[in-house]
Design a protein around this ligand. Structure first.
Ligand code: 13P
Ligand code: SF4
Length: 336
């Protein structure tokens, strides 16, 4: 291992220091194998005045190795709106990078693999939203942030799993159209009197979990079960806690369980386990194939070549930005 790469302040000491974040996951030799790439990325970040954002489902060597900001969709969107970096690299899926571009239109926004999509976002088009509006005249449209910019442009306000109930209730209408996740819609419907007209989209990762699985974990391992609201309703009903990825982290801080199962994409347990040394994580492994397309190699390549750059077509960028900004304004007012 060389001591320092040219143009990088990142050296062996810093690399060894960061190992404490992943010590529960990989042997030292495996972490050391990432050194050259991590050091190259750190040097490129300085050269480009770039920041790296990573969703909670990214691989640990990305999440703990090169990310400047980590979090759920809402936290990353909020951060993007305030960023002063020239270049933002979104380590996540395409709709997340589009959201960053909508909120930071004058920055260069890169995604390391433009094919990193989302089965949920792909389940609906802008035309589908217009057809739902025609079926439910007068009902406003709330779109989950897991949608394309075109779908956002056809909607009234976006939400994430962290604020979906508040967004629905903020509209003050007796009914809303909620797209595209049917299970998140069920989660909201169980917590509000507003009538929800849901699109029947599902996430290919979360729909695989079952209520029987949750009960087995509870009985056999005595673990505290935390589930994402993209999981089917029987999973949500059986779980001890249901919430967004950041909500799960907050719940772990509050409960400090001896054993926990996160019913969600399994990189998340890897990423949070170092913050909860007293908790044993039982790890059912459902990986999101789209999130896993992002690697240290393609992050390095994207910063070197400045590809793939996110562009929002002019035909809908103003409307899509308004939809996301409405959510952030509501969120800001709620937090003030
Ligand atoms: P969060 O908004 O909870 O981070 O989840 C995003 C996502 O894609 C879940 O599958
Ligand atoms: Fe989309 Fe599901 Fe992957 Fe999240 S986990 S990015 S909802 S496919």
């Amino acid at each position: 291992m060389s001591l320092k790469l040219p143009g990088s302040d990142y050296g062996v000491a810093e690399h060894a220091h960061r190992y404490s974040r992943v010590a529960r996951l990989m042997p030292h030799a495996e972490w050391d194998a990432h050194y050259e790439l991590v050091a190259s990325i750190e040097a490129l970040k300085r050269k480009r005045n770039a920041v790296v954002l990573a969703h909670n489902y990214q691989r640990p060597e990305i999440f703990h190795g090169v990310a400047d900001v980590q979090g759920d969709s809402l936290a990353l969107a909020r951060w993007a709106a305030q960023s002063e970096a020239d270049v933002v690299v979104m380590c996540g899926v395409h709709f997340m990078a589009e959201t960053v571009k909508l909120l930071a239109p004058d920055r260069t926004v890169l995604i390391p693999d433009a094919q990193a999509g989302c089965s949920l976002a792909d389940s609906i088009t802008a035309e589908d939203v217009l057809a739902m509006r025609a079926r439910h005249p007068g009902a406003p449209v709330v779109c989950y942030v897991n949608t394309s910019a075109a779908v956002k442009a056809a909607s009234d306000i976006s939400c994430t799993s962290a604020n979906a109930v508040q967004v629905v209730e903020s509209l003050g209408t007796p009914e809303v159209i909620f797209v595209p996740d049917q299970y998140l819609a069920a989660y909201v419907a169980a917590r509000t009197r507003v009538r929800i007209h849901a699109w029947r989209g599902r996430c290919e990762v979360h729909e695989r979990f079952t209520g029987d699985q949750v009960r087995d974990y509870q009985q056999l391992t005595k673990a505290f079960v935390l589930a994402h609201p993209e999981c089917p309703e029987d999973v949500q009903q059986a779980a001890d806690y249901v919430g967004s990825t950041s909500g799960m982290i907050d719940a772990l801080h509050r409960h400090r369980p001896a054993r926990a199962v996160l019913i969600t994409e399994c990189s998340m347990s890897d990423n949070v386990c170092s913050a909860f040394p007293e908790t044993e994580f039982v790890r059912p492994c459902n990986l999101c194939p789209h999130m896993q397309r992002i690697t240290l190699q393609n992050i390095r390549d994207c910063l070197q070549r400045m590809t793939s750059e996110i562009e929002i077509p002019r035909t809908f960028d103003i409307a899509a930005r308004r939809t996301v900004q409405s959510m952030l304004e509501l969120d800001g007012a709620r937090r003030a």
